[in-house]
Ligand binder design. Structure first.
Ligand code: NAD
Length: 446
């Protein structure tokens, strides 16, 4: 494949054969630096990954990093914050990792991709003074990657690291992965303003078909949850449990109230497990009906929980959950609540995935005031790289990074954000490190 501005390095293209990912000894991986603190955390992540791969495989394997451009770098290279070629290159390479990107949130007409300042004119940024970074407001780069690449699963591992101050006394039992459906539900974009033609038409239709009234001054949202969308998400969650040897998959839903959307999500999930993973899985009902409540050896337990109950369960019995599959809205709330259990967003990794593309990412934003200061915590992006290595099947390297990171934190060798929290808990042995210093501390402890 020919690209105009992307240089594909020497290495092995990741391929799918008979539905299975084939990874050579030097896979080519896309890397998007991101805006703001992306310039600090991305090279640190690459150093940590290179060191882990080298240590795990003694030089027999390596990552061939392929720089790709979006956000500020996209504007510089292509004149667009979201270049089509970058999307095509991710599709071609199949695995990429990215830093955070600026997203305009206010009403202003222009945004600066260097410092995220928003203003009502082009040209020089009123905040940072740069003259090559201001562009007209645009739709979220992250959302467009998801839509253009049909990345239907938002994957968020939630795990406690010893030493991180966390509000929950069972935090050390927290170790689960949330698979959130990314394309449907009330986020699918069918949201109609009060009094609009669509809102009034839907109100009329419901009245005509059911005789029931919706107040005419209502805004109306539509909540599509399809068999197709549910099955591909649940399939991915179960496959992850199989690949990572995890004991259960929990279908999270609000089917007691919304029977044909949320309820169907659970029903279709069970049916899919029974049909496609019959040998590897067993439903909670069968475990009680046939095995006296004891899961047979080697089987993955498929269970379901009502959404409000799961918010209690992850606080009171987090150890009972290892993979949670959820529709879009529940998953959004649950991911943020869950990460708070283990001490906040700083270390939360994430990925957005389709059946053929995995885009791994830092889950925090561009924190522009810290850009270029070598100060912030690279943990989120590094742990996203750990997920990426697991996705490639390079678990030995992933384990080394987890070990290095856990030990650095336990020993109080951390960036300013964790240092502040840990000192607040009375730790007196904390050594505050820079962003790159934290990366080196991880490497030294692999
Ligand atoms: P933010 O996450 O960038 O920063 C909020 C605060 O969190 C920072 O001031 C900093 O104190 C702290 N912080 C964030 N990341 C940190 C890290 N790695 N280490 C230590 N401290 C960290 O959120 P914001 O200020 O609301 O957003 C800034 C820009 O980032 C906006 O343009 C926003 O739209 C964008 N954003 C992007 C993503 C993404 O690309 N995934 C996610 C969220 C926000």
């Amino acid at each position: 494949m020919k690209f105009e501005k992307v240089t594909i390095p020497e290495g092995d293209l990741i391929e799918y054969r008979d539905g299975k990912m084939v990874v050579g000894s030097k896979p080519i991986i896309g890397v998007l630096r991101g805006d703001g603190i992306g310039i600090d955390i991305t090279p640190v992540m690459q150093n940590v990954v290179n060191a882990a791969v080298d240590k795990a495989y003694g030089g027999d394997r390596a990552i061939a990093w392929c720089p790709l451009y979006a956000g500020y770098e996209g504007l510089q290279k292509y004149g667009s914050e979201f270049p089509e070629e970058t999307v095509e290159a991710i599709r071609y390479l199949k695995v990429a990792i990215k830093g955070p990107f600026t997203t305009p949130i206010g009403e202003e007409t222009h945004v600066c991709l260097n410092c995220a300042h928003q203003q009502n004119h082009e040209g020089k940024c009123d905040n940072c003074g740069k003259t090559d970074s201001v562009c007209p407001r645009f739709r979220s780069i992250n959302v467009r990657f998801r839509q253009y690449l049909d990345l239907f699963a938002c994957v968020r591992p939630i795990k406690y690291f010893e030493g991180v101050p966390a509000p929950n006394k069972f935090a050390n039992q927290v170790d689960f992965v949330i698979f959130r459906e990314n394309t449907e539900d009330v986020y699918a974009g069918f949201d109609y303003e009060r009094g609009s033609e669509m809102a009034l038409a839907i109100i009329d239709l419901i009245k005509a078909k059911t005789g029931r009234e919706i107040r005419p001054d209502s805004g109306i949202g539509v909540k599509p949850i399809s068999l197709f969308g549910t099955e591909r998400l649940v399939r991915k969650a179960i496959q992850w449990a199989i690949d990572q040897r995890l004991p259960s998959v929990t279908l999270v839903h609000k089917g007691n109230i919304m029977k044909f959307t949320e309820g169907s999500f659970a029903k279709w999930g069970y049916e899919l497990a029974e049909r496609e993973f019959k040998d590897q899985t067993i439903s909670e009902k069968r475990v009680w009906d046939e095995f006296d409540g004891k899961v047979p050896d080697g089987k993955i337990l498929i269970k379901d929980r009502i959404a409000d109950s799961i918010f209690q369960q992850i606080q009171t019995r987090p150890g009972e959950y290892s993979v949670l599959a959820t529709p879009n809205l529940n998953g959004d709330y649950l991911s943020d609540a869950a990460i708070a259990l283990v001490g906040g967003l700083g270390l939360g990794p994430g990925a957005n995935m389709s059946d053929t593309v995995g885009l791994f990412e830092a889950t925090h934003g561009t924190a522009p005031k810290y850009t270029g200061m070598d100060k912030v915590n690279p943990g989120s992006l590094i742990l996203s790289a750990v997920m990426m290595l697991e996705h490639l099947g390079w678990n030995e390297a992933a384990i080394l990074i987890r070990k290095g990171l856990s030990e650095a934190i336990q020993q109080g060798r951390v960036t300013y954000d964790l240092a502040r929290l840990m000192r607040g808990e009375g730790r007196e042995d904390i050594e505050e490190l820079s962003c790159s210093g934290f990366g080196n501390a991880i490497i030294e402890r692999m």
